[in-house]
Design a protein around this ligand. Structure first.
Ligand code: 9UX
Length: 72
């Protein structure tokens, strides 16, 4: 069963930042949908919790050079 998690993503300053996150995360096993909004500094990710956890998704975003904070 897929779940959805939400992040605040700090450090995105142009549309290529958005593309970078969407392209990189979409390649990861267990990530099914990535929506990133530049102006609201938000990301929505649909994922399979059998593959990975939201904390790991945050780390993936951080490793791209941003700062992701999981929203409850
Ligand atoms: Mo735009 Mo984002 O030049 O890391 S790609 S700021």
């Amino acid at each position: 069963e897929l779940e959805t998690c939400y992040f605040t993503v700090l450090g995105m300053t142009c549309a290529s930042c958005v593309d970078s996150i969407q392209r990189n995360l979409s390649k990861v096993d267990g990530i099914h949908l990535v929506l990133v909004a530049l102006l609201s500094q938000r990301a929505e990710v649909k994922y399979d919790p059998a593959h990975l956890l939201p904390s790991q998704i945050a780390s993936l975003i951080n490793n791209l050079g941003f700062r992701a904070e999981l929203l409850d």
